[in-house]
Ligand binder design. Sequence first.
Ligand code: PMP
Length: 428
Amino acid sequence: MLYQRSSALFKEAEKVIPGGVNSPVRAFNAVGGTPVFVKEAKGAYLFDEDQNKLIDYIASWGPMILGHAFDPVVEAIINKAKQGTSFGMPTEIETKIAELTIKMVPNIDKIRFVNSGTEACMSAVRLARGYTKKEKIIKFAGCYHGHSDSFLIQAGSGAVTFGTPNSPGVTQGTAKDTLLAKFNDLESVKALINANKDEIACIIIEPVAGNMGCILPQNNFLHELRTLCDANNILLVFDEVMTGFRLAKGGVQELYNIKADIVCFGKVIGGGLPVGAFAAKNEIMNYLAPNGPVYQAGTLSGNPLAMAAGYAMLSELDANPEIYTELEQKTEYLHKGLSKVLNKHNVEHTINRIGSMISVHFAKDSVIDFDTAAKGNNQTFKDFFHGMLDQGIYIAPSAFESWFLNNALSYKDLDETISACDHHFSKK
Ligand code: PMP
């Protein structure tokens, strides 16, 4: 495939945008080459500036669970835009989407909308601190909760891909309040709690991690965390920015039958427009301004276009729960197909999967935390990434990202993807 126009556009972009991209995960620094510039997308396919057609496994990093330019979402945006794009005053659609999310997600009474997943997690932690009157938080190595200062401590996603899991610019004062535990390692959490008695406001976790590849909680880990939180007056914050409305209507709380104290959303909830949200029971949410003392605000929060897009997306998911079964079946099919081919070619690998999230780690042992994810063979991944791209399959340009399936993918697309993998490793 040729990427002449993408290369030319990238050169222009680099002159005026740092690294030529507005979010580092879009860059190809980790895999080499120049990023693909997309022109348009429909359903499961991206069409780039060089007229290549690519089967998309990123889905805008999660939001496009029903495929690109999904008609009801597009129509909702167009219709709303004609009535004005922002007012800074309350609108009915905000209440409608709030009611719908509260219906779909267990264990929440109120929800506040913001503009990104970062804002959602940042605000959730402030709320947890204000509510508990404690300052420290526990996060897990390899989890990513957005680029707010407190989270850029051993962060996953682009932060680890580009070698800056601890970002310069985060003050020592901030960093010391973020304590670091190991995913799936309860003892590491207990040790932190014991060493910081009565100082921890919350534990924030991706309940299914997606920012060090896809990693599932093992052995009742989430329930054990719940018990620890209850025993120590610590709030449990689920960052469901990736998993919310993707793994189930009610996210991981529903899937694993577990209650979090505060839940953060992003991605799917905005239908592809910039939306985040955080939600909890009344007792906690009433601590927020203007009712309570914890301040949080946004000029464009609850923006009518974003709310209309999110409402159209969630309505579709709410009305058609079979979407989740279909997605799971497609992901299982892909998993089996890729495993078969990788085994045939004797490629060491571990595939982690749940619902419509899947990741291929080129490591032979189970991948259960950041350390085991980091053992993956980088060179094999780089070659695989380019081998797939050359055959029109677009996966994330980093081994530390999950793939996201969208329901517009057909079994023919999945077969093509499996054959592309076979073909790539046949050449080795
Ligand atoms: N939390 C998680 C689990 C995420 O995956 C992300 C983004 N990938 C964020 C938070 C931050 O969201 P945003 O990029 O919308 O700020």
